[in-house]
Design a protein around this ligand. Structure first.
Ligand SMILES: [Mg+2]
Length: 224
């Protein structure tokens, strides 16, 4: 019989990190860009509209926003232009990794934990926001370019799981977005969440919620 570790970290072999809002402090910038671009199409958005859709691919969130708030669904060509505009603006914003993240990654690497990155962003955006010395810490990087069905579908996490090559119960996910948590749980993985963008009340599907990277760091150092 396989033992499922719901709380203790013994047996942990790999951690799969979401990128935006977990590794990099980028969600405010993403939200500002989307709000600007959608404004040009007459659609008013709040920051929370973006945070609650985080994890979806760019195109999936464009469709979902127009379905919910727009008067019509744009053509695929228009949506591509809208996404491209957003990327152009985003790539002029400075984005940094959260304080404490490098320390966490270094600690986990020293412990022999295999690290993966699973993001709803494009591979192009991963290269933009993460310097090579951080990217190379991840044995597996799954972007929206590598999958068919993005979060909340389990496909991104299942693909990462296959790449790292461990059993479900040996792998932990760290997320910050409700749809990312749904994706991880649907892949049969334990999932912790960080309150970087949304409060704990929005992250109730996670197995554990941390208010800060520091709190997560302390927990991992105590448990591993
Ligand atoms: Mg995220």
């Amino acid at each position: 019989m396989q033992v499922v570790h719901t709380e203790r970290m013994s047996g942990l072999r790999s951690i799969l990190f979401d990128m935006d809002g977990v590794i990099v402090d980028s969600m405010r910038q993403h939200a500002e860009c989307w709000i600007r671009v959608f404004g040009e199409y007459g659609v008013a958005l709040s920051t929370e509209d973006i945070y609650l859709r985080e994890g979806m691919s760019g195109i999936a969130s464009i469709i979902d926003i127009f379905r919910t708030k727009g008067e019509r669904i744009p053509s695929p060509g228009e949506m591509k232009i809208l996404q491209e505009k957003k990327l152009e603006i985003f790539e002029r914003y400075p984005v940094t990794i959260f304080p404490g993240v490098e320390g966490i990654l270094e600690f986990l690497s020293k412990k022999g934990i295999v690290l993966g990155l699973v993001t709803g962003s494009l591979r192009r955006s991963v290269r933009y926001v993460l310097q090579e010395n951080i990217r190379k810490r991840f044995a597996s990087i799954i972007t929206v370019d590598d999958i068919v069905n993005g979060k909340p579908n389990p496909e991104p996490y299942l693909k990462a799981l296959e790449e790292v090559g461990f059993r479900n119960e040996e792998v932990l996910v760290i997320e910050n977005a409700p749809l990312g948590i749904i994706s991880a749980k649907a892949a049969g993985l334990r999932c912790f969440a960080l309150e970087t963008t949304l409060e704990a009340a929005r992250l109730t599907d996670a197995d554990r919620v941390f208010s800060s990277h520091k709190e997560l760091d302390t927990y991992l150092r105590n448990e591993l």
